[in-house]
Write a protein that binds this ligand. Structure first.
Ligand SMILES: Cc1cc2nc3c(=O)[nH]c(=O)nc-3n(C[C@H](O)[C@H](O)[C@H](O)COP(=O)(O)OP(=O)(O)OC[C@H]3O[C@@H](n4cnc5c(N)ncnc54)[C@H](O)[C@@H]3O)c2cc1C
Length: 137
């Protein structure tokens, strides 16, 4: 069973950052939850507050610009697999994403969660290094 927590809906990145500053170590960012909910369920992490960033519009977009692609942290694996821009500009990423886990995990798990979670061989991290991933605000 997952211990009780308070879910805070962030509506913008500045909202999320302000909540993180206010709550400090008592809070965790929550996106797809594919990793975090397992950790909470097994008591491997504790958190009184989860700050939900899934609905922040700027984190859910994929935008091409000057031969590069800007991908929001809340974009899911499934979206990277199926998005026409990714398929055209980064077909190997789209193909690699189609191999991640299963459709349920791909539909929930996000790029930001993949990069931020501490696992070693995460697809986005490995693919990102190969394709010159740059992290920005
Ligand atoms: C059964 C299963 C199979 C899997 N198979 C694969 C696989 O084949 N390949 C692979 O690469 N991965 C795999 N994963 C891992 C998982 O799908 C990815 O790591 C996923 O992208 C995590 O994203 P999330 O949004 O669910 O993260 P969450 O569970 O929401 O968060 C994970 C961690 O990152 C933090 N976090 C999340 N988003 C942000 C952000 N924007 N900024 C700061 N911190 C953030 C959270 O606080 C938490 O600590 C698998 C997971 C499961 C459960």
């Amino acid at each position: 069973m997952i211990p009780p927590f308070k879910l805070i809906q962030a509506h913008s990145t500045s909202d999320a950052v302000a909540e993180l500053r206010r709550l400090g170590d008592d809070a965790k960012i929550y996106c797809g939850g594919t990793e975090l909910l397992i950790l909470l369920r097994h008591n491997l992490v504790q958190s009184d507050y989860l700050i939900d960033i899934k609905s922040i519009p700027e984190l859910g977009s994929i935008r091409p610009a000057n031969g590069r692609v800007s991908i929001g942290a809340a974009v899911t694996h499934r979206c990277l697999e199926t998005d026409p821009t990714i398929r055209e500009m980064l077909p190997m990423i789209a193909s690699a994403e189609s191999q991640v886990a299963n459709i349920r995990v791909r539909s929930q798990g996000t790029l930001g969660g993949n990069l931020c979670f501490g696992g070693q061989a995460r697809e986005a991290r490995v693919g990102g290094l190969r394709f010159g991933l740059r992290l920005g605000r």
